[in-house]
Write a protein that binds this ligand. Structure first.
Ligand SMILES: Cc1cc2nc3c(=O)[nH]c(=O)nc-3n(C[C@H](O)[C@H](O)[C@H](O)COP(=O)(O)OP(=O)(O)OC[C@H]3O[C@@H](n4cnc5c(N)ncnc54)[C@H](O)[C@@H]3O)c2cc1C
Length: 833
């Protein structure tokens, strides 16, 4: 845990709260007035609406503007940059962390009028929207296409998609579908000085969309988002289970996870909540100590089967009663009661403090009982609802703000809850963000080096600290906490550190001597090659949590075999399996099952790295939801080791499915535009197919086998429509053949210097690729293909390593360089030209 020098934390915050220069403020207003006239709000009474969010706090801004287009936004940012005025982007202001409070004044930019849904593209499973589009409106617009946007915060009727992305929001469906970060593809943003840049999901130096998601308006203002959407499942089913204790209810949650069931919603309400909700909504909630609400989705047969299995599991945990909803209306009523938990608690007192912590799933019962103890200790009543399937709890504390003693007890209880969650390996926020509310609590989770690294990223984007100052990131600038270098011997040509401390020493030495290092075993250029072959241990395996923490030197094949022995799997199937996990994560390439399972990063919960100064930095934990601070793992996943050597990775797992199948077609079967037709027809199907790729004259379609009967009948109908003949096979040998083909391409690039180019997106210029994922997530082509020379967002792999191709946005390149300078001042780590 972090220990600050006494007073340094407060000092750093005070430094941040520098008042705005009144003359500069005057000039700022004078500059903007001709453009916006009386639309620029300055009067105290008109600013009230922009002074608060869903917390009880209030700070008045100096000005507010309801923005009508991106041009206006750019103009304000340029002027704010010129005169040093803070800028706070605001969606609906429904955040519960003080995220939109203008704590140092400045201008609030309301984005609610930027509410166009620009494109719904079912074929590419994506939607492009402006930031002010309300989540529920997007869901409504997607419904006729048979799609949905999985992030579903309980506030979905008011919260904007821009706010969802900026907070990294979650909701009840996260247990199956993940949080907002899993669905952001690309962003158009304005930087602090008003410069527009597009952060794409193509192969760039850094996963910019990943890093910006959850950054709470502190890095840039989002003006457009392209998000991934999914086909709506054809059927859903809902059940309620009552328990005679919270511990039993939570044990049942663990039992469900252990039995390899993945419901689409798994919510828990404690007795205090049930008692509060019951008088307001007649949902037929039993008089139990705790209730689980469980939703499942899929085909009709699969829903039926899942419900039966769940009932059987719940009975073994003494659930009574178990009520299976017989109609959609009854299911809606059950969920409505859950959704009204916050509103009902608000009737107990004039204010409700909503807490939001996450712990590893098996520790949910421990955390719930700590909350009860804390409530008793401080003589408070605390209602708790939980996204139990994610280990994410919301203790709700009703309080009266004018009762000083009660407020003090509430704040003390609040701190104790956060402390307990972190002691259990959890996070101080699973989905509501840091804002100002938890800024001072960040040291519960991060060391001074880690906080300083986050702040370095903030400064790389926003050097003057004008974007949403005082939120999400603590302004800590620390010297790296590594020992002073002794006299190091010269580095030999290769080293195999036996431990992470040894690796840190090597990096310190290399920095001291300005000696470049290489970790790539095949294309090595530095003065000393580092092999992580001895760092291949499983650090933590938690099957009940469905997580594993592994050292980066573990070969992927060994990792996959270990999981098979435990009937678990890591859903992304890598392009080739003779790779270490560290290399897989550092390359961050698309994978064979990307179409169904989303990108690799969606399955990585955390990384530990040693940076170019020898600092050990840990970001992420073995928890399903975590939006504490910036999403730093995204800086390291896919960035080819430029910022640090990945030493340990925390991965999310799923139950193994014993029956994956593949269908193969001759490439010639899809003449003309039939391959596009195939994608178009497969895209809206749920559960659908998970992988679609072409190599060696074959098209391979992968079905993961979850609800295999439905998957096969859907696919066969499509193939018959397209008049294609096909063959079916067990999946494993075809995957092995594909991976061996792809390994061959890699070897070709580094043994024979026949470079290959890897790219994604519409591959118009790509003729006769060696390999192609039909959903556009990856193509691999020979370098001799002249059309690819300047293809933006692609990479070339040759004997000297990876090269980024095509023009790179100079502003993003400059930010990447500033970040590089922080993590690797002596430039000893991989340089990606
Ligand atoms: C009753 C209730 C229930 C809730 N339930 C949930 C829940 O289930 N899950 C959950 O995750 N959250 C929940 N929330 C919290 C909140 O609704 C979410 O965080 C939501 O995503 C915020 O959206 P918003 O449009 O209101 O954003 P705002 O509150 O306006 O802004 C949130 C943050 O995003 C930044 N921001 C907004 N737009 C942009 C932009 N275009 N560019 C850059 N930064 C921007 C702001 O500066 C601020 O830091 C709930 C809130 C309430 C009041």
């Amino acid at each position: 845990m972090q220990t600050f020098a006494e007073g340094s934390l407060h000092q750093s915050i005070q430094n941040l709260l520098v008042p705005i220069d009144s003359e500069q403020k005057q000039q700022f207003m004078v500059t903007l007035a001709p453009f916006f006239g009386n639309r620029l709000l300055l009067q105290a009474d008109r600013l009230t609406a922009y002074s608060y969010d869903a917390t009880a706090e209030q700070y008045r801004p100096d000005a507010a503007l309801v923005v009508e287009n991106e041009d206006e936004l750019r103009r304000v940012l340029e002027a704010a940059d010129k005169f040093g005025i803070p800028v706070i982007a605001r969606g609906s202001g429904s955040n519960i962390s003080g995220g939109t409070l203008p704590i140092v004044g400045g201008i609030v930019l309301s984005l609610t009028r930027l509410k166009h849904i620009r494109k719904i593209d079912p074929e590419n499973r994506s939607a492009t929207v402006e930031p002010g589009v309300v989540n529920a409106d997007l869901q409504m617009a997607l419904k006729p296409y048979g799609f949905f946007f999985p992030p579903d915060p309980a506030s979905h009727r008011i919260a904007t998609v821009g706010g969802n992305v900026a907070e990294g929001s979650g909701g009840p469906h996260c247990v199956k579908y993940g949080t907002t970060t899993h669905y952001v593809r690309s962003l158009r943003v304005l930087l602090a000085d008003g410069t527009p840049v597009v952060c794409s999901d193509k192969f760039t130096r850094v996963d910019w969309p990943g890093l910006l998601t959850g950054s709470e308006g502190t890095l840039a203002v989002i003006t457009e988002m392209t998000v991934r959407i999914l086909p709506l499942p054809s059927h859903t089913g809902m059940l309620l289970a009552g328990f005679s204790s919270v511990v039993e209810a939570v044990s049942a949650v663990s039992g469900i996870v252990r039995a390899r069931q993945i419901p689409s919603t798994l919510e828990l309400l404690d007795k205090a909540t049930l008692d509060t909700v019951r008088p307001f909504i007649n949902a037929g909630y039993p008089n139990s100590e705790a209730v689980l609400l469980i939703e499942v989705d899929g085909s009709e047969a699969s829903v039926q089967q899942q419900l039966e299995q769940l009932v059987a599991i719940l009975k073994t945990f003494h659930a009574e009663p178990i009520v299976v909803a017989e109609t959609p209306e009854q299911a809606d009523r059950l969920m409505a009661a859950r959704r009204s938990a916050y509103g009902a608690a608000a009737r107990l007192a004039s204010h409700v403090w909503t807490q939001d912590v996450t712990v590893p799933r098996p520790l949910l019962a421990d955390m719930m009982s700590h909350v009860l103890t804390i409530a008793r200790h401080y003589a408070l009543s605390i209602n708790t609802v939980a996204h139990a399937g994610d280990g994410n709890l919301h203790p709700l504390i009703p309080f009266h703000p004018d009762n000083r003693d009660e407020v003090d007890r509430m704040r003390a209880a609040d701190h104790d809850i956060l402390q307990k969650a972190t002691e259990l390996g959890g996070s101080i926020t699973g989905e509501h963000g840091i804002g100002i509310d938890k800024l001072h609590e960040l040291p519960l989770m991060f060391s001074e080096d880690e906080l300083s690294a986050m702040y370095a990223v903030k400064r790389a984007f926003d050097p003057r600290g004008l974007l949403n100052p005082g939120k999400a990131v603590l302004p800590v600038t620390a010297e790296p906490s590594v020992s002073a270098p002794p006299q190091y011997p010269p580095l030999p040509g290769s080293l195999e550190p036996g431990s992470i401390p040894e690796l840190r020493e090597i990096l310190r030495n290399a920095e001291f001597q300005h000696a470049p290092l290489g970790t790539d075993q095949n294309r090595y250029q530095g003065e000393c090659r580092i092999s992580l072959t001895h760092l291949r241990n499983i650090v933590d395996f938690d099957p009940d949590n469905m997580t594993i923490t592994v050292e980066a030197g573990m070969p992927f094949e060994d990792f996959a075999a270990f999981l098979r022995d435990h009937r678990l799997m890591f859903p992304p199937v890598p392009l080739h399996s003779q790779q270490t996990l560290g290399a897989l994560v550092a390359e961050g390439l698309p994978h064979l099952t990307q179409f169904g399972y989303g990108p690799l990063k969606n399955w990585i919960l955390g990384v530990e790295v040693v940076d170019g100064r020898g600092c050990l930095l840990r970001f992420g934990r073995k928890i399903m939801k975590n939006v504490a601070g910036l999403d730093m793992p995204k800086l390291f996943i896919g960035s080819l080791g430029q910022y640090g050597i990945i030493t340990t990775i925390i991965l999310r797992l799923q139950p193994e499915i014993p029956t994956p199948r593949v269908y193969t077609l001759e490439r010639g079967a899809l003449t003309g535009t039939k391959d596009q037709d195939l994608v178009r027809k497969l895209s809206p199907l749920a559960p659908g197919v998970q992988g679609l790729w072409m190599f060696s004259g074959q098209i391979v379609i992968f079905l993961d086998g979850r609800d295999l009967a439905t998957q096969e009948s859907q696919l066969q109908t499509v193939l018959q429509d397209l008049n294609c003949s096909y063959q079916t096979h067990e999946a494993a040998p075809v995957i092995a053949m594909t991976q061996s083909f792809l390994s061959g391409l890699y070897h070709r690039a580094y043994d024979n210097n026949q470079a290959i180019i890897l790219g994604c997106g519409q591959a118009e210029g790509v003729r006769d690729p060696y390999y192609l994922q039909l959903d556009g997530s990856l193509w691999i082509a020979p370098e001799t293909n002249q059309n690819l020379k300047a293809f933006p967002g692609s990479r070339r792999l040759d004997q000297s390593g990876w090269h980024i191709l095509g023009p790179e946005d100079p502003h993003l390149a400059a930010i990447a360089e500033r970040i590089k300078h922080y993590f690797d001042p002596a430039k000893i780590l991989t340089h990606v030209p």
